[in-house]
Design a protein around this ligand. Structure first.
Ligand SMILES: Cc1ncc(COP(=O)(O)O)c(C=O)c1O
Length: 314
């Protein structure tokens, strides 16, 4: 039977702390702190599983896709090259601001081979050609959100459960995360079920170019669970019907990469009150979703964890 391999790229556990000044009982789990290379955040957890899987498949090049300011592509290039893997990126247009320009600078310096394919259609069409024109190449979906990649977020959930068990944080009613390609939310759903926590995942969708509804996310959750079983894990009976997943799609605004008023305001408040530095594409919109949960009509009860998935390094 094939096993699953894992390589350490950071120092777990990521810290948890209470965030004052945001109303409600809000906590932070700081995934931005994870990763010992030149970039951190939730992509590093995925690469801890994806890099050894690439080696197991005897691949030398990862071909993948993302927006012009892709955090995933940058993490893939930086951590991949440390482990003998080339990265080839096909990049789709997104609104360019200072944040994206800085990221493109980092991408150019990362050693990745970059193709500006522009539209989604041109990107999809160019992938087979990129795969054929590189040695031992392997395609990974946007955001590294394959069943293997999502295991990184299963670990985040198990780590959170251990922190609850140790009394570092009360059992949350919700964990809030941005949903850009789905792997983080899908893996959290599986990990929380495995840990036996009643915590729900609030997935705040920030990308309108992929199907990231709850059905699609749960398909990925189930594929990751099947992968674990196929590779030898003895899983308990799991309820993967989606009872612990809530997906909201009302924070996207004009689309992927477009700032929203709610996101900008949430990021300003998080910076001023809780000393959090949020990015406009993902975490600002996720924080807007969290504030809606805390202050909106439904008003969630109980502690809420904000997963900060953004990992720039000074
Ligand atoms: C900073 C940041 N937060 C959140 C996400 C969303 O994670 P996922 O792609 O697993 O949905 C991404 C990537 O898409 C990201 O770069």
């Amino acid at each position: 039977m094939d096993s699953l391999y894992w390589v350490s790229l950071g120092a777990p556990p990521t810290p948890v702390r209470r965030l004052e000044g945001l109303g409600g009982d809000v906590w932070l789990k700081d995934e931005g702190a994870y990763g010992d290379g030149g970039w951190g955040g939730n992509k590093v957890r995925k690469l801890e599983w994806l890099i050894p899987e690439a080696h197991r498949r005897q691949k030398e090049t990862i071909v993948t896709v993302g927006g012009l300011g892709t955090n995933w592509g940058l993490a893939c290039a930086l951590y991949g090259s440390e482990h003998g893997l080339e990265t080839v990126l096909a990049l789709i247009d997104q609104p360019v601001d200072g944040h994206v320009e800085a990221q493109q600078e980092r991408l150019r310096a990362s050693g990745a081979e970059i193709h500006l394919t522009g539209t989604k259609t041109r990107t999809v069409v160019s992938v087979p050609w990129l795969l054929a024109s590189h040695r031992k190449s392997w395609f990974l979906p946007a955001g590294g959100s394959s069943p293997v990649g999502a295991l990184g977020a299963v670990e985040i959930a198990l780590e959170l459960a251990a922190q609850v068990e140790a009394g570092e944080i009360p059992e949350p009613s919700y964990v809030v995360t941005a949903v850009g390609s789905g792997g983080t939310a899908a893996g959290l759903v599986l990990g929380l079920e495995l840990a036996g926590l009643g915590t729900k995942v609030l997935g705040v969708v920030v990308n309108d170019t992929l199907d990231l509804g709850s059905k699609a996310l749960l398909r990925l959750t189930r594929k990751s669970a099947r992968l674990l079983s196929d590779r030898g894990a003895d899983l308990p009976d799991l309820d993967l019907s989606g009872r612990n997943l809530v997906v909201v799609e009302d924070q996207i605004g004009d689309g992927y990469g477009h700032k929203t008023r709610a996101g900008t305001s949430a990021a300003g408040r998080a910076s001023k009150k809780a000393d959090l530095d949020l990015d406009p594409v993902y975490t600002a919109k996720a924080m807007a979703g969290l504030l809606e949960l805390v202050e909106g009509g439904g008003r969630a009860e109980g502690p809420i964890v904000f997963l900060d998935t953004n990992g720039p390094r000074p």
